[in-house]
Design a protein around this ligand. Structure first.
Ligand code: PXL
Length: 284
């Protein structure tokens, strides 16, 4: 029997150059065989990580009309995937999106994009972080890095290395915000490895997926990871296996980029890792 094609609504900005947000989510999720509808929250010439002089066209005014039009078409989404949001108002509008399109069987995945390496991104305030926390409360699954997780549970950032006890307590506190499933990125117990921890509160299970650590901070890797994770989940892989697939794809993309000595602001070469990613998804 032919399986019904799944459909995602991806709600992120579109940064023209630099490979993050929609320029990553759209190709990756589509390559995994999933229809990807996009609601762009802003259009920038580049992302904000390390570039100056970028353009920023805020699309807040378009978002409620987007929701209304999609609602009038009676659209249904198997998952709603949100990332970088530019303002408080957009947090409220995304909440309205959830209210409109959440149903009994779909998945709301929130990536609370706002911080890394112990610091909020320059354009965000502490109040924004608290607004993001409220959005996370409405998600089925959230995928913060450790800095974002610390902000969400209102604790001091710990730069690591971590212990299992520390990670597991953080996962538990995050799930107590509301989401049943958590995938925490940037986890490491030793300097040579880096990966993700997963927690499924419905079965009280914690798992880990690690890979070798490649030095350097490469931009957009959180979006590559999130897009790959969602692609695997919607292709019916378990939470643990989906995290493994996402870690492998992200690490392979970083490795290729490091070998090419590309400017770290320019994003990672995920495109040429797509065939191996599809093999892991058993689509090739
Ligand atoms: O990758 C996250 C992201 C998305 N969109 C924009 C960003 C960032 C991170 O800096 O600047 C515009």
């Amino acid at each position: 029997m032919i399986k019904r094609q799944k459909r995602v609504a991806a709600i992120h900005d579109i940064s023209g150059f630099g490979k993050c947000s929609l320029t990553v989510a759209l190709p990756i999720i589509s390559a995994a065989g999933i229809e990807t509808a996009v609601m762009p929250t802003a259009v920038l010439s580049t992302h904000t990580g390390g570039f100056t002089g970028f353009t920023y066209r805020d699309l807040t005014e378009d978002l409620l009309p987007f929701i209304q039009h999609w609602k009038s078409l009676d659209l249904r989404f198997d998952a709603i995937y949100t990332g970088f949001l530019g303002s408080f108002e957009q947090l409220d509008i995304v909440t309205e999106f959830f209210r409109t399109f959440k149903d009994d069987s779909n998945l709301i995945m929130v990536d609370p994009v706002m911080a890394d390496n112990g610091e909020l991104y320059s354009i965000f305030s502490h109040e924004f972080a608290m607004g993001m926390k409220k959005l996370c409360e409405k998600a089925d699954i959230i995928i913060p890095n450790i800095t974002e997780a610390s902000l969400l549970v209102e604790e001091k950032y710990n730069p690591g290395p971590y212990t299992e006890a520390y990670i597991e307590e953080l996962l538990l506190k995050l799930s107590q915000l509301g989401p049943k499933k958590i995938v925490l990125t940037g986890v490491f117990f030793h300097d040579a490895h880096l990966g993700a921890a997963t927690y499924d509160s419905t079965v009280n299970e914690v798992t880990y997926a690690f890979s070798e650590r490649i030095p350097g901070y490469y931009h957009g890797t959180g979006d590559v990871f999130g897009s790959a994770l969602l692609s695997a989940l919607l292709n019916d892989f378990s939470l643990h296996r989906s995290a493994e697939i996402a870690v492998n794809f992200t690490t392979a993309s970083i490795r290729r980029t490091a070998e090419a000595k590309t400017d770290i602001r320019f994003g990672v070469n995920f495109e040429q890792c797509i065939p191996d990613f599809l093999k892991e998804l058993k689509l090739l």
